[in-house]
Ligand binder design. Sequence first.
Ligand SMILES: Nc1ncnc2c1ncn2[C@@H]1O[C@H](COP(=O)(O)OP(=O)(O)O)[C@@H](O)[C@H]1O
Ligand SMILES: [Mg+2]
Length: 249
Amino acid sequence: MPDTAVAPDATRTSGATLEVRDLTTSYGPVRALDGVSLTAAPGRITAVLGANGAGKTSLLRTVSGLVRASSGTVLLDGADVTRAAVESMVGRGMAHVPEGRGVIAELTVEENLRVGALFRGKVGREEFDRVYDLFPRLVERRDNPAHTLSGGERQMLVIGRALLARPRILLLDEPSLGLAPRIVAQIFGLLRQLVDAEGLSVLLVEQNARSALSVADVGIVLNLGRVVATDDARTLMADEDLRHAYLGF
Ligand SMILES: Nc1ncnc2c1ncn2[C@@H]1O[C@H](COP(=O)(O)OP(=O)(O)O)[C@@H](O)[C@H]1O
Ligand SMILES: [Mg+2]
């Protein structure tokens, strides 16, 4: 039987605009986000930076609907998704890759991708090929169980799994954590290629501000749940006082 997958739809491959307005999120008495506003635009890598505990993960979890905002608004292409159910966000074009590179250890790379695809409706062979084209390393590892992968390969696998849904906006939580600088540069370089080729939006959360700013277009610096700076990445990189105060380099 021929592959019945639908042809790639140009409207789905372009990016979505995410607007976060005055977002506040609390865990009981702990206010993790305090009036955060930002925009992530198509064709751009928007980096959210800040120390451990700054609120980066809370931001991604609130945006993707895993955590309920106390106040504020999340707009996706102008539609209010602040109270949208987390299950509906994939259909709306959002993919969230959480911290920690969770894969099913006993399954192979290909099987992990297939499991990811199960939750995403119809995924054609060309969607898998697109992931393998982006990450040729995964082709070599295709039939190997995920527990044999290096940290970098696992990170490629979880990003690849998220891309199977053809998201219009990709949220990445600390993809560089624990990886060697060379591998981080490789993954970020591939991410840049993908964004330039397909125009999707990427919201990249990183403690590793130096690497993130070297690939990002725009940076937002969080401190204790508040935005302390928003600017283009080059300007933030050049701001020595800001770097020393908040970015750790
Ligand atoms: N599930 C939770 N329950 C209570 N407090 C939390 C929870 N998750 C995060 N926090 C607190 O919220 C703040 C922001 O945490 P987080 O969003 O994980 O920051 P980051 O990802 O920048 O390290 C921290 O003070 C953290 O201790
Ligand atoms: Mg975090």
